[in-house]
Design a binder for this molecule. Sequence first.
Ligand code: ATP
Ligand code: MG
Length: 139
Amino acid sequence: MTGNRTFTMIKPDAVEKGYIGAILQKITAAGFKIVAMKYTQLSQRDAETFYAIHKERPFFGELVEFMTRGPIVAAVLEKDNAVEDFRALIGATNPADAAEGTIRKLYASSVAENAVHGSDSDENAGIESNFHFAGREIF
Ligand code: ATP
Ligand code: MG
C-alpha cells in the first residue's frame, strides 16, 4: 500500500530567487493539498540531522552550508500516491536531467542548488514530517 503524504522543502536558492509562490502554485495545481507549512531556517544541526543519510558523501559539507544559508519553506503534502507523484513533479536531482515542466527543470540551477526537496519513501516522509512538525494535531 502506498501512503498519501509526503514532505517537501523549498530550498534556500529558490526562496532567494523569489520562487516560493510559483512553486506552491505548481504543487497545488498538481493536486497536492497543503496539510502543514512553515517558513523557517535550518540550523547547522538541523541540516546535519535531516541529511544524515548523506554524511559520508563528498558533498555533505556543501549541502549543509547550502541548506542553512537562508530561509526555507517546509510543508507536508497530501495526495494519493504522494511520494511517487511528488518526485515526478519535482524531476531528477540534477536539473540538467529533469523532464520538461518539472519544478527542478523550471526553477533549479544545479545538482547542488536544486530548488526543492521531496521525500523518497513513505517511511522517510513520516520521519521528515515529524522532524519539522512533531506534536502538531494533524499527526
Ligand atoms: P532531496 O533529498 O533534496 O529531495 P534527491 O533525493 O533528489 O534530493 P539526494 O541524492 O537525496 O537527491 O541528494 C540530496 C541533496 O544533496 C540533493 O537534492 C542536492 O541538494 C545535494 N546533492 C546531491 N548530489 C550532489 C552532488 N553531486 N553535488 C552537490 N550536491 C549534491
Ligand atoms: Mg533525497
